[in-house]
Design a protein around this ligand. Sequence first.
Ligand SMILES: Cc1cc2nc3c(=O)[nH]c(=O)nc-3n(C[C@H](O)[C@H](O)[C@H](O)COP(=O)(O)OP(=O)(O)OC[C@H]3O[C@@H](n4cnc5c(N)ncnc54)[C@H](O)[C@@H]3O)c2cc1C
Length: 383
Amino acid sequence: MSHHIVVVGAGYAGLVAAKRVAGRLRHTDVTVTLINAVDRFVERVRLHQVAAGRHPQYLPLRDLLDGTRVDLLVARVTSIDATARTVHVDRAPHAVGYDTLVYALGSRAHVDAVPGAAEHAHTLAEPDRADRLHRRLARLPSGAGIAVVGGGLTGLEAATELAETRPDLHVALYTGAEPGNLLSPRARRHLRRALDRLRVTVHAGTSVTEVRRDVVVDADGRSFATGAVIWTAGFRAPALAAEAGFTTEEDGRMTVDRTLRSVSHPEVYAVGDAAAGHAVDAAVTRMSCQTAMPMGRQVADVIAARLTGREPRPVRIRYAFTNISLGRRDGIVQFTRPDDSPRASVLTGRTAAVFKEAVVRGTVLAVRGTGPLAPARRPRPRT
Ligand SMILES: Cc1cc2nc3c(=O)[nH]c(=O)nc-3n(C[C@H](O)[C@H](O)[C@H](O)COP(=O)(O)OP(=O)(O)OC[C@H]3O[C@@H](n4cnc5c(N)ncnc54)[C@H](O)[C@@H]3O)c2cc1C
């Protein structure tokens, strides 16, 4: 009987994994099913642009899978039965059995971190949320405020994008650490100048402990009224893995070995934001496309190796740069060592904005199956 590989989640990691494993195993008795909640590929890295009113291109998954041996099932995964090796979904056929499962469901905003955030804060992690935020911002009158909570990369990109698009609004950034504290001094100086230029008010050293309707409350009990609260302070993987009994980390990411295989269930693999993978120097991988796409490619190679009786090579994620958009015309490209620590080398301004746009377009080329990151390269001949 055919070996059934089921990939759940058709984001950067899952789509790459499904296409590549189907290509690698095209001469074997393997079927590959890709399950995704929506029928299109979501360019998640552009969701702050969606919130600002831009419309990314529509990328139907069927087109992206055309000519591959991947079967698409558009359905939401509701649970996974690890004992029966079955994925349950919210529509027919309701249950899909697997021999090998690739878990690639991405991450969500960690809105359970403080009271009120789940009810009152906007988020950017999913397209419908970004659309909802856009509708809210469109209703805000000139002079109103926007509070962005979280000074990580998503918070910085959101605050600057919105400040550039809506200069009539007062954008405030609430962050525990100094913004860009993981960047080199030169990149930090540029970031500071960009935030000043865009008139983003930075409340550094602020711990937001509660969100009320259009209000953030800090650890000293001070409340700040605003027009909309955007929560970008932390991401978590979905609870489905833990609920299924797979070993997970505190943030919901699946605990995997050096081949991206679940440490508790050897027929299960995890990739992308949903996996706590191994970076160099024993660090855990950073949630990013730079992690998700190589993981997608490498998990396909690992599975193909195991199913054809070969020993897979260990997966190790190495970083080269972090790129941050600061609106459409400015940005920072911080070159990094493989362990993700910053080098002195930095691009800023329009050059960085162009660089970042090229990288983002490159990810779409890759999920289409072209360009240097393409998942479905011809397999190397066996030696
Ligand atoms: C606003 C924003 C800007 C970002 N900018 C950058 C950036 O500049 N550079 C960078 O490297 N990273 C960036 N990131 C992070 C990057 O988007 C993620 O790290 C990346 O998307 C992870 O890829 P993934 O395949 O693991 O998950 P995703 O791309 O999120 O894909 C997960 C897929 O699973 C599907 N899914 C989820 N739950 C279910 C379910 N229950 N049933 C069925 N399907 C389901 C989703 O529909 C989706 O298709 C940004 C994130 C955000 C929110």
